[in-house]
Write a protein that binds this ligand. Structure first.
Ligand code: V47
Length: 366
């Protein structure tokens, strides 16, 4: 292959031979101006794993409450108390009612994440999982970030293993990848000082994998983090994946600024489209032990998420419905994608749409 940036020849050769790239090579990739060349290398890394297939699922997001004790500056979703405007709490019957239509429409997954509620007990979270599982046993419950799991251990006095066993018994199927933010202690100290450390996030993920649960991983980028800090984050994920093999997908999350404390204080712009594509591509090349890189259309917008399929991504997430974290931070894209729309995005990118379940078993080639 020909490249405008000769450095990409080296990386392309490494990818072709299945060789791992170093942190300094990843840094150099972020510096390239040969965006389409970078996309071709990442595309090669992806097609060696996934061919032309692009995955999606039929899912709904449930964010049971936005009351949270963490108060992260990059987040517009949380409320400190129930009397603040926009604060809400969903009830179990309310959640079950929402899911009814989704299940009838073929949903295979519910994705549950929320704030660290100031008064809810662990049993109340277990109840949400148990009741969903009892009413909709075929629905895969992908729930709770490592941050929430750590919180459950704290409020219940139980070990991580006990927390996982109770949740699995109630019907938990796997875990989403949120709450990782950027592992850098410098960034965490500034933006989310109350949140668990990056090390603890990794420890909880490790414990989840040892309990037999698959999980995802994320990186929140486009705010005050440096490129070195992004790569360091990816490197820690790659290391843990070498150890456990428990991560299914990596999802780079492009920071949305509206209504956040961070925007108010620093007025920084967030990532550009070009940075979004580089982030996807470098992740695909660097995370050689992750099978899937998700272009989360809710944060990227549908058009850029489709473009990301030529920059190493192989998954568009799903129909999503009712996600609130992005929209409370000014997300401008639709709040829902139809199955036909997702299939159209994938097909018109020249790829093969595959409906999957949460564990990436193909359900239907569309
Ligand atoms: O945990 C918070 C991040 C996460 C903002 O695992 C923000 O399949 C951008 O983790 N702008 C929730 N991001 C989303 C998430 C996710 C999404 C889709 C699929 C999966 C998966 C996981 O979003 C939070 C936090 O890290 N976040 N505020 C914001 N203003």
């Amino acid at each position: 292959m020909k490249f405008a940036d000769d450095f990409l020849i080296e990386i392309d050769n490494k990818v072709g031979k299945g060789e791992r790239i170093s942190k300094s090579e990843a840094l150099r990739l972020f510096e390239t101006n040969d965006l389409t060349g970078l996309g071709r290398v990442a595309g090669r890394a992806n097609s060696m794993k996934n061919g032309d297939r692009v995955f999606f699922n039929i899912n709904r997001h449930v964010n049971p409450s936005n009351l949270c004790t963490n108060h992260c500056q990059f987040c517009a979703f949380y409320r400190k108390s129930a009397d603040e405007p926009g604060a809400y709490e969903q009830t179990v019957p309310g959640i079950l009612e929402k899911l009814k239509g989704d299940v009838a429409a073929g949903a295979t997954e519910v994705h549950i994440v929320g704030g660290l509620h100031p008064t809810w007990r662990f049993e109340e979270y277990v109840e949400i999982v148990r009741e969903i599982h009892r009413h909709y046993p075929a629905l895969h419950i992908k729930a709770f970030t490592c941050v929430e799991i750590d919180h459950f251990a704290g409020i219940s006095g139980k070990s991580l293993t006990e927390v996982f066993e109770i949740l699995k018994d109630a019907g938990l199927g796997s875990m989403p990848g949120g709450g990782a933010e950027v592992f850098s202690p410098r960034v965490r100290k500034k933006l989310c000082a109350k949140k668990i450390s990056g090390e603890r996030w990794l420890e909880v993920a490790r414990a989840a994998h040892h309990s037999g649960l698959k999980s995802n991983a994320t990186l929140l980028y486009g705010h005050i983090e440096t490129v070195e800090e992004r790569i360091d984050h990816l490197s820690k994920l790659r290391q843990l994946q070498d150890e456990t093999g428990g991560f299914q997908a990596f999802i780079p999350l492009s920071w949305h600024k509206e209504g956040t404390e961070l925007e108010r204080v620093l007025n920084i712009p967030g990532a550009t489209g070009l940075e979004d594509l580089k982030m996807i591509a470098v992740s695909r090349i660097f995370l050689d032990n992750f099978d899937h890189i998700k272009a989360y259309w809710v944060m990227l917008g549908k058009k850029l998420a489709q473009t990301a399929l030529w920059f190493g991504a192989d998954d568009l997430d799903g129909t999503v419905a009712d996600e609130r974290v992005t929209f409370m931070a000014g997300g401008k894209t639709d709040r829902f994608a139809t199955i036909d729309e997702i299939i159209h995005l994938i097909r018109s990118a020249g790829k093969v749409p595959v409906e999957r379940n949460t564990l990436y078993e193909p359900l239907k080639i569309c």
